[in-house]
Design a protein around this ligand. Structure first.
Ligand code: URA
Length: 212
């Protein structure tokens, strides 16, 4: 698994405000959108392209465009939904599928409660959006689901990641034969006993949409 931890002052600046408990939901949502667009720039570095011929007003030439089939973007509900706008700004023609995963707060096990995805993802490049890579349970379940449907390249974009989550994810897919990349805004210190990232930002879904 390739891991890319963003190292950019603009990302650090926005993350600091995102972590701050005084940041209200509207500002939080805006910051998430901006952060995802910045992370998406890195995450799409190896998006598949093809060469086409075009004519400029001056001459004939050729250039790269996104290849077909287009990439699939999969936000993990609920919190990943807050990342969708920032991603589709950069990849407006991507196909968007949804995966609803919920984590049992006692066992920290993730299970799927909703899905709206193409049944056949054979050969597709998939970008998974989930703000927090904590225990890794949600992403492991999501990746398994996508690989079973044929996805053959997966990139996850997470705002924050824990060392424990990265290790678990790496161990789970090292023999999968599917190239996996993680692009994250920061690598935090650890998980606490409740499975929250420390220092983290709290519950991303609650901060985006309020406590329900
Ligand atoms: N999910 C969150 O929203 N926050 C954490 O810190 C861990 C998992």
């Amino acid at each position: 698994m390739k891991v890319h931890v963003a190292n950019h002052p603009l990302i650090s600046h926005k993350l600091t405000h995102l972590r701050d408990e005084r940041t209200d939901s509207p500002t939080f949502r805006l910051l998430v959108e901006e952060l995802v667009t910045l992370l998406a720039y890195e995450a799409t570095r190896e998006v598949r392209t093809t060469t086409i011929k075009i004519k400029t007003p001056v001459t004939e030439t050729s250039g790269l465009v996104l290849a077909e089939p287009r990439p699939v973007v999969v936000p993990i509900l609920r919190a990943g939904l807050g990342m969708l706008e920032g991603m589709t700004k950069l990849l407006p023609t991507a196909q968007v599928g949804f995966l609803g995963m919920v984590r049992d707060e006692e066992t920290l096990q993730a299970s799927t409660y909703a899905n709206r995805l193409p049944e056949d993802l054979s050969g597709r490049q998939v970008f998974v959006l989930d703000p927090m890579l904590a225990t890794g349970g949600t992403l492991i379940a999501a990746f398994q689901y996508l690989i079973e449907r044929g996805a053959n390249e997966i990139t996850a974009i997470c705002l924050l990641s824990s060392p424990e989550g990265i290790k678990t994810l790496e161990d789970s897919f090292k023999d999968s034969g599917v190239p996996i990349t993680l692009v994250t805004g920061a690598l935090d210190e650890k998980l606490n006993e409740k499975g929250y990232i420390v220092p983290g930002l709290g519950d991303a879904g609650d901060r985006l949409y309020g406590v329900v």
